[in-house]
Design a protein around this ligand. Structure first.
Ligand code: AMP
Ligand code: MG
Length: 428
């Protein structure tokens, strides 16, 4: 079966992305593990985290000042009897338990308000003499006190499976006393770079050779997305060895190839994948960088445990991407297409690509027909955010891309985008 890409297998960016999202939605992570709280940072939560008590557990003062009954402040200034002082963290036995009419209690931020108090007056609006405090400014009922359980009720779900654990989620886990969390096991992603001219980084390159950067940029992207890269040796442009290495790659949960997917005489990747009874969902996408881009799957060997534990047919198939070998194309295509599949295998709840908008610094002229993701530099803050193209020499220019921090997105129907226009930007 000769692998000639049919024109119908070249999709628009949107169609290709939707297709990947549909397949990703059927994948399931392959296992769970219990890890220490700080080892869970950046991992994907595999269990709900539940409030073990009310948040806050007591009516919490949010200011230093005096706990009062607002009914006593009808006329200002008001003089109230101070019956005690409540510090954060003191035992209930040491705390004034109830305010009677005409009474106030000194209170610190984070301390429990006494029964009867319905507001805290900030210390700035009070003056104290012995056991009397004079209140000079009124407060409304509820001011500066957070009621019991108003942030969350005991038993409520605070974090859901599928979320990546960032510092805010860690704060929640810590506040409910979780020293360990159940997270999804990281999927293994095999990385296979191809090309006779490509040599590994510890080999001195000959004059016509190129050091392998794709394996390492992909591994970095896989790590950042929550996967475990499995680095395969470089495959030559020769079917026998390529076949062996592709076969090894299918042992992983996902196989990502780079190079050898264009139309050249020695671009053998599709041809060899076809020998594995590959089903190709697309063999090209109308984007720059990265037009030749292959997505498909092969049947898994019988008896081998598939990554998917659920989902109709996904469990019996091994998915692959054949990314273009040009290093910038490799990076961009991974981010746009391979990442959602990896994230699904990692247990991340599905999400759409997020763009922000910034003002374009200078005119861009392009040809129509391709959706472009051009390396760019975003600078300035807040409403001064502006973005300009990195001065790059095309899809091989890793030096310019490393200086960039985002991609400007240009729709396929635009020939010119004018300086000052707000353009969509994909952050890196
Ligand atoms: P290909 O997609 O195989 O036609 O390769 C396109 C371009 O990317 C060629 O200039 C290759 O030399 C270059 N290239 C391919 N693989 C790698 C790699 N692993 N590291 C760096 N450059 C590569
Ligand atoms: Mg090649």
């Amino acid at each position: 079966m000769a692998a000639q890409p049919e024109p119908s297998l070249i999709l628009s960016f949107e169609d290709a992305r939707h297709l990947v999202e549909e397949h990703a939605a059927r994948l399931r992570p392959r296992g769970k593990e219990l890890v220490e709280l700080l080892d869970s940072v950046g991992q994907v939560l595999a269990e709900p985290v539940i409030a073990d008590r009310n948040f806050p557990p007591f009516p919490r003062a949010t200011r230093d000042g005096y706990a009062v009954r607002t009914a006593d402040l009808a006329k200002l200034p008001a003089k109230l009897e101070v019956i005690g002082e409540i510090k954060a963290g003191v035992a209930p036995a040491d705390v004034p338990v109830k305010l009677e009419p005409g009474q106030a209690a000194g209170i610190m931020t984070g301390a429990p308000a006494p029964t009867g108090a319905d507001a805290v007056v900030m210390v700035e609006y009070t003056s104290r003499k012995d056991n009397t405090v004079e209140i000079t400014k009124g407060v409304a009922a509820g001011d500066n006190i957070v009621p019991v359980g108003s942030e969350a009720k005991r038993g409520e779900r605070l974090l859901s499976p599928g979320m990546r654990l960032d510092h805010a989620a860690i704060a929640v886990a810590a506040s409910v006393g979780r020293s360990h969390l159940l997270v999804y096991a990281k999927p293994q992603v095999a990385v296979l770079s191809t090309g006779d001219e490509v040599v590994d980084i510890d080999v001195p390159p000959g004059p016509n050779q190129i050091r392998n950067s794709n394996t390492y940029s992909l591994a970095a992207q896989i790590l950042a997305a929550g996967g475990e890269p499995v680095l395969l040796p470089i495959a030559p442009d020769e079917p026998g060895r390529l076949r062996e290495l592709i076969s090894d790659g299918f042992e992983a949960d996902l196989l990502v190839l780079a190079g050898g997917v264009s139309m050249g005489k020695y671009d053998l990747v599709e041809q060899v994948l076809a020998e594995f009874q590959a089903e190709f969902f697309f063999t090209g996408v109308q984007i720059q960088p990265g037009r030749p881009l292959v997505f498909g799957r092969v049947p898994r060997d019988r008896g081998r445990d598939a990554p998917g534990t659920a989902g109709e047919d996904a469990g019996a198939k091994a998915y692959f991407f054949g990314l273009p070998g040009n290093p910038v194309s490799t990076m961009v295509c991974f981010e746009l297409f391979a990442r959602p599949m990896l994230e699904a295998l990692a247990g991340v709840a599905p999400r759409k690509l997020v763009f922000l908008h910034a003002k374009l610094k200078s005119d861009i002229r392009t040809k129509t027909g391709l959706k472009r993701f051009l390396p760019a530099i975003l600078s300035g803050e807040f409403e001064q955010a502006e973005v300009g193209l990195a001065l790059w020499q095309g899809s091989g220019d890793i030096a310019a891309t490393a200086k960039a921090n985002c991609y400007i997105v240009i729709p396929p129907d635009r020939e010119r985008v004018a300086a000052g226009e707000w353009v969509p930007v994909l952050l890196r």
